[in-house]
Design a protein around this ligand. Structure first.
Ligand code: HEC
Length: 276
């Protein structure tokens, strides 16, 4: 409890400075490249990312009895055994025998809320992304659980046939062209040095590019004042691609996540991070 209080106090202090810093960044952005300014900005706040507020709130949610069964999520098995949160995210997505399928963090979280807390599937997946005045418990839980893998090397296995199948599906989706522009993920993310409106587009097919991108989500988005998950990032990209929005927690998102996560193997997980 003490640790949580300390972290909350520190993060609140940082959050109150965020608006002023964002304004400073906007002024400075006119000189120097945007990427340089972002790097500087991240360095400035490296000591106290506001995402810590989300992590602390997520930890409380994890430990608080809730739902029809009035149970906490502490016995949730994220793949390393019931109750093990440390390092679990760095090995996701993975095949879960009890569910008979490959799950990413958010699918597994919903599974635990249903099986342990007795929530309906619909309630377990309610409010996946926060909007003003409507905070998301899922974003907070995801911030806590991913933070539990900070400093751990990504180690996603392709041992089970289902893991191989889901990875191959994600790969196929990455190259699948469609929509009004006939874009694929690969159109924007398969070459070095591509940019769009001053934003550097990571090459997600290189080890370095995949690691840098994957190991830094979820992230506190300075432009949105919220912690956003990888799922939210992918929604954003699918929108840019003019693809239909997938259902929250769908297997399509898990497949894409499997492809990205496995390609990031060997990189040290370093989220929740901070981004523009
Ligand atoms: C029209 C171009 C475009 C398409 C198509 C696109 N993206 Fe993106 N993607 C972007 C932009 C722009 C960003 C933000 C880069 C930034 O903020 O610097 C981004 C960011 C990302 C990031 C986060 C990178 C980081 O370092 O934070 C990931 C992961 C990603 N995209 C995956 C995908 C996937 C998977 C697809 C296909 C479903 C896809 N993108 C399709 C433009 C695109």
């Amino acid at each position: 409890m003490n640790t949580i209080r300390r972290r909350l106090a520190r993060a609140a202090l940082v959050a109150s400075g965020t608006v002023a810093l964002a304004a400073t960044m906007a002024v400075h952005a006119q000189s120097g490249s945007t990427a340089d300014e972002i790097a500087k900005y991240r360095q400035m706040l490296a000591e106290g990312n506001p995402a810590e507020l989300w992590e602390a709130a997520g930890e409380e949610l994890w430990k608080k009895p809730a739902g029809p069964k009035n149970a906490s999520l502490e016995q949730c098995d994220l793949g390393k055994g019931p109750g093990v949160t440390k390092g679990a995210y760095a090995e996701l997505p993975r095949y879960f025998k009890d569910a008979g399928k490959v799950m990413d963090l958010e699918q597994r979280l919903a599974w635990c809320r249903v099986t342990l807390q007795g929530l309906s599937e619909q309630d377990a997946k309610k409010v996946p992304f926060s909007s003003s005045g409507k905070p998301s418990e899922i974003e907070r839980l995801a911030a806590f659980l991913t933070g539990e893998s900070r400093g751990v090397k990504m180690n996603v296995q392709l041992a089970h046939p289902e893991e191989k199948r889901v990875y191959a599906l994600g790969e196929k989706m990455f190259f699948y062209r469609g929509g009004a522009y006939d874009f694929a993920c690969a159109t924007c993310h398969a070459a070095d040095g591509q940019r769009i409106r001053l934003q550097d587009l990571p090459n997600l097919l290189t080890e370095k590019g995949a690691q840098a991108a994957y190991t830094t989500w979820p992230a506190y988005r300075v432009s949105q004042g919220e912690v956003r998950t990888m799922q939210h990032r992918l929604y954003d990209c699918l929108r840019q691609q003019r693809f239909p929005e997938p259902a929250y927690g769908s297997d399509v998102i898990t497949a894409l996540t499997m492809f990205l996560a496995r390609n990031a193997n060997g990189g040290t997980y370093d989220g929740p991070a901070m981004k523009r």
